[in-house]
Ligand binder design. Structure first.
Ligand code: SAH
Length: 283
């Protein structure tokens, strides 16, 4: 990018455009992540550890019985409809995204002990000190990534428990999702199996590298925060494609990257958010 990264945050909290240059043009390099987790993440990790100690977290659970194979039972449908109506009231108006959220039973992606909270607008622990994103954040990111239209090929970085990939699979023809933690990669597979979404492919690996074998992507959604968007991911975005990611460390914001040509992209800094950090390597 043409602008030093440090200047971006003071400049703009919304709708400020900065111009990118070709990823190969020495302008943009992946930034090393600082190793220390932000205090909020440490706090989240601590509360997950406490939850695990009383048996709330970490134990993989099969999807609940109610209509697990193809959606939700009547009780869960009511909860899902109410969740979607609350999101609509909160300002999310993208009908494609709201329909996609309505199609995925969120309780199937958290431990059964947390099932009662599954339709609240809250991030919940999914084990390994990671969290399932809030429905409002998933909705916002997918609305930005889709731009109000159906997506052809989508890439998600940070599968976690698989919830966002499932929602995305109702908006996109093909979904690829990469997770760096084997335990969560396996858990997501188990969570997704009963939904029979044949257009989702899960990969175990470091999302900093993207998924060159399946590129280019019309949309890329990153579910963990880095200091800057990894170069490989901008390279793997199709011209006309849209990438959404949280960037920053202690203070994070969503960033929308729109690829305008093979060598140019536009960045828009948006809402403040709070994501787990994007880490290097696999584990
Ligand atoms: N998409 C999930 C949220 C996952 S939380 C949802 O539906 O709610 C973020 C996930 O990103 C974690 O599972 C974490 O392990 C993963 N992650 C962090 N760094 C990563 C990387 N470099 N590559 C792939 N996944 C990564």
């Amino acid at each position: 990018m043409t602008q030093p990264r440090g200047k971006r945050f003071p400049l703009a909290l919304s709708d400020v455009m900065t111009k990118g240059t070709a990823p190969g043009a020495a302008a943009r390099r992946p930034q090393p992540l600082r190793s220390a987790a932000p205090a909020s993440v440490v706090r989240a990790a601590e509360s997950v550890a406490r939850a695990a100690a009383v048996g709330l977290a970490s134990r993989p659970q099969p999807l609940g019985g109610a209509g697990a194979a193809n959606g939700a039972g009547a009780a869960h449908e009511g909860l899902m409809n109410r969740m979607v109506e609350r999101l609509r009231t909160a300002g999310i108006r993208d009908e494609l995204v709201l329909d996609a959220l309505r199609a995925v039973p969120r309780h199937g992606f958290v431990d059964s002990a947390l099932g009662a909270q599954a339709y609240e607008d809250a991030a919940l622990p999914i084990g390994q000190q990671q969290t399932i994103s809030k429905p409002s954040v998933v909705a916002r990111m997918l609305a930005l990534a889709s731009g109000g239209r159906r997506i052809g090929r989508a890439l998600e970085i940070g599968t976690g428990c698989g919830y966002q990939a499932a929602v995305l699979s109702h908006l996109a023809d093909d979904v690829y999702s990469v997770e760096r933690l084997k335990w969560l990669h396996e858990r997501a597979k188990r969570n997704l199996r009963p939904l029979r979404r044949v257009n989702i492919r899960l990969h175990y690996g470091d999302g900093h590298l993207g998924l060159p074998i399946a590129a280019p992507f019309d949309a890329i959604v990153i579910a963990a925060a880095a200091l800057d968007v990894p170069t490989a991911l901008i390279e793997q975005l199709a011209v006309g494609g849209r990438l959404v990611a949280p960037v920053g460390e202690h203070v994070q914001h969503l960033i929308l990257v729109e690829k305008t040509s093979a060598a140019h992209w536009r960045e828009t800094l948006l809402d403040p958010v709070n994501f787990v950090p994007m880490k290097f390597g696999v584990s």
